[in-house]
Design a protein around this ligand. Structure first.
Ligand SMILES: NC(=O)c1ccc[n+]([C@@H]2O[C@H](COP(=O)([O-])OP(=O)(O)OC[C@H]3O[C@@H](n4cnc5c(N)ncnc54)[C@H](OP(=O)(O)O)[C@@H]3O)[C@@H](O)[C@H]2O)c1
Length: 257
C-alpha cells in the first residue's frame, strides 16, 4: 500500500515532556503522519487536541513492553501508512535517584528495565517489518547520560537502577545497529536529550533532594521545546555511516559508553 504521507513517524511516550514537544514540533511539517504512543490515549488531552488541530497525529495505546499494544500498533500503521520511516523510542521512567545500590529494591530495577530497555526491544521487534518498507529507515532511542558506564565513577549521584536500565538500552541499540545497519540500511542510534525541565525530571530530582537548578547542578537545563528542536535537527542530519550505533548527546557530541 502507498503511504498517504511522505514521512511516517512513530513516537512512544508522546503525552507530555520531551515526547509531546517532539510530536508538536514534527506535526508542524508538511506531509507527515505521526503515530503517537500514550498509555491512556482517550485521556491524553493535549495529544488529542494536537491530533484534532493538525490532522497529522494519531494517538495510539502503547504501554511500554506490552506485546499486544505493539502488535496492534503495527497493524494500524500497516493499514494507514504501510511503512515506518522514523521510530523514536522515547517513553521512559526515572526512579530512585540518589539511592545507593544497597537501598535500591530489585523491583525498582525490574520496573525501570521493563519500561526503559524492554519497551524499546518490543517496539523494534513489532515495527521492524514496517521499517524495512522505508527507503531510509531510522530508529532513535532516547537514552540518558546516566546510562554511561564510563561516567559512573565521575558522577556524584547514585543512579544504579535508572542508569543500568539505560545502559541496557544502549547495549540493545548497539546490537540493532550492528545487525540491521548495512543489512537493512537502518540508522539506529542513541540520543541523550539533555537535562530537560520536564515535570518528571523536577519531581524525580526533588524527591532525591536535588533542585533542578542549573547553577547548583553546573549544567545547562533545556526546556522540552529546546530539547525537541535540537533532537529534530540531529534526527534530520544523522546518517547511518556517521551516526549509526553511536551514543550521542542532543548536540551531536559522542558520550562515552
Ligand atoms: N528530562 C530529562 O532531563 C531527561 C534526561 C535524560 C533522559 N531523559 C529521557 O527522555 C525520555 C522522556 O523523558 P521526559 O523527561 O520527557 O519524561 P516525562 O515527562 O515523564 O514523559 C515520559 C513519557 O513516557 C511515558 N511513559 C511513562 N511510563 C510509560 C510506560 N510504562 N509505558 C509507556 N509510556 C510510558 C509517559 O506517558 P504517560 O503520560 O502515560 O505517563 C510520558 O509520555 C525518557 O526516556 C527519559 O529517560 C530525560
Amino acid at each position: 500500500m502507498s503511504s498517504p504521507a511522505s514521512t511516517v513517524y512513530v513516537i512512544s511516550g508522546a503525552t507530555r515532556g520531551i515526547g509531546f514537544a517532539l510530536t508538536s514540533l514534527l506535526a508542524q511539517r508538511d506531509d507527515v503522519l505521526i503515530f503517537a504512543g500514550a498509555r491512556d490515549p482517550a485521556n491524553a488531552l493535549p495529544l488529542q487536541e494536537l491530533a484534532k488541530k493538525t490532522g497529522k497525529v494519531v494517538p495510539v495505546k502503547l504501554e511500554a513492553a506490552n506485546e499486544q499494544d505493539a502488535a496492534a500498533l503495527a497493524e494500524l500503521v500497516q493499514e494507514k501508512a504501510g511503512k515506518v520511516d522514523v521510530l523514536i523510542n522515547n517513553a521512559g521512567i526515572a526512579e530512585d535517584f540518589n539511592k545507593p545500590v544497597l537501598a535500591t529494591l530489585p523491583a525498582s530495577f525490574t520496573k525501570q528495565f521493563t519500561v526503559n530497555a524492554l519497551g524499546a526491544l518490543v517496539l523494534f521487534q513489532h515495527l521492524y517489518p514496517l521499517l524495512t518498507k522505508s527507503a531510509s529507515p531510522r530508529f532513535f532511542a532516547i537514552t540518558s547520560g546516566a546510562g554511561s558506564t564510563g561516567s559512573v565513577a565521575l558522577t556524584p549521584l547514585s543512579l544504579a537502577a535508572y542508569g543500568s536500565s539505560k545502559a541496557a538500552l544502549n547495549h540493545l541499540v548497539a546490537h540493532i545497529a550492528r545487525e540491521h545497519g548495512e543489512k537493512d540500511n537502518l540508522l539506529a542510534t542513541l540520543v541523550h536529550p539533555g537535562a530537560v525541565s520536564t515535570e518528571t525530571a523536577k519531581t524525580t530530582l526533588e524527591a532525591a533532594g536535588i533542585p533542578l537548578d542549573p547553577q547548583l547542578l553546573n549544567m545547562t537545563i533545556l526546556t522540552p521545546d529546546e530539547s525537541a528542536s535540537a533532537l529534530v535537527k540531529l534526527f534530520d542530519e544523522a546518517k547511518r555511516e556517521t551516526h549509526g550505533g553511536k551514543f550521542l548527546s542532543y548536540n551531536g557530541t559522542e558520550i562515552p559508553w
